[in-house]
Design a protein around this ligand. Structure first.
Ligand SMILES: [Fe+2]
Length: 189
């Protein structure tokens, strides 16, 4: 990290998240920091944070805490690129630096018995997040969604702060009613 803005964000985010045991309180404390960070993104985002790939959305690591308690990624979404249906197992705070990021939510209908099968999901609503917007989620117990950019829109770039190193998450097969854990790749900073 070479930017005072980024360094102060990380220090303040770490301090606030340590004070908040409840994920919902944590995102309350962190969302205003993300709102301010978006306006300062130009001071710390470097060309490597804008790397993209024609095959998939691209996760570029900005910061990972040594104790794995926080991680910050710059994610680049080219037109038509989407995540799978997934959940994070963590709280998250997302801010949009460029473009319009779309989030489509899923509602879990079946009771959670900890199994990876027999999972009934229903499609929920969507949000369209313009540059400057902040959203968040908490694992209660799962926040299941798809995020991306439709083919007819322009590139989007977003900052994603999580309460752990986000190197794996659950993905869902809605038709098969299953989920499984997968590793998710990123570019080092
Ligand atoms: Fe997500």
């Amino acid at each position: 990290m070479t930017s005072p803005d980024l360094e102060s964000f990380i220090a303040e985010a770490a301090a606030r998240s340590r004070l908040q045991a409840e994920p919902a309180d944590c995102v309350l404390a962190l969302a205003p920091l993300m709102l301010a960070l978006i306006d300062r993104a130009g001071t710390f985002l470097r060309p490597q944070h804008y790397r993209s790939d024609a095959a998939s959305y691209t996760r570029n690591l900005v910061y990972a805490a040594p104790d794995s308690s926080l991680s910050l990624y710059a994610i680049v979404w080219m037109p038509g690129q989407w995540t799978p249906v997934h959940d994070h197992g963590s709280w998250g705070v997302v801010g949009v630096v460029e473009g319009v990021l779309e989030e489509r939510s899923y509602v879990r209908l079946s009771p959670d018995r900890g199994a990876d099968e027999g999972i009934d999901l229903a499609r929920g609503g969507l949000v369209l997040l313009r540059q400057g917007a902040v959203t968040s989620f908490v694992p209660n117990p799962y926040h299941i969604h798809v995020t991306g950019v439709p083919a007819e829109r322009s590139r989007a770039v977003s900052l994603h702060l999580y309460g752990r190193t986000m190197s794996d998450f659950n993905i869902y097969d809605v038709d098969a009613r299953t989920r499984r854990r997968i590793a998710v790749a990123h570019n080092e900073s």
